[in-house]
Design a protein. Sequence first.
Length: 127
Amino acid sequence: MADRNGEFGSFIIGFIIGGLAGAAAALLLAPQSGEETRTLIREKSIELKDKATETAEEARQRAEEAAADARARADEIAKHAREAVEDLRHRSQEIVEQQKERIESAVEAGKEAAQRKKEELGGEKSA
């Protein structure tokens, strides 16, 4: 089945190429004067040039739109990244403050325990 599709595709391509070659031969061999043929060729080349220019302009516009879209997406991603960094910075400061408070509490508890121990040892020496 795939082989038949390939043969059909080849047939269509050959048919199109043959049609184009026939049209070119008809233009060149038609019973027209050389001036008429040159005018016809000139008109067709102007049409082709105009189409090529139009296509190039459309492609340029699409490229500009795609670039603008990409810039907008990049700006949005950068904005989200800045927000995420700011959030992480804020949360890390909170964690540092919490740990600092815990350490200060632990140091204070250690000082109190050391003071009690010192008082206990001082009381034992007196006894």
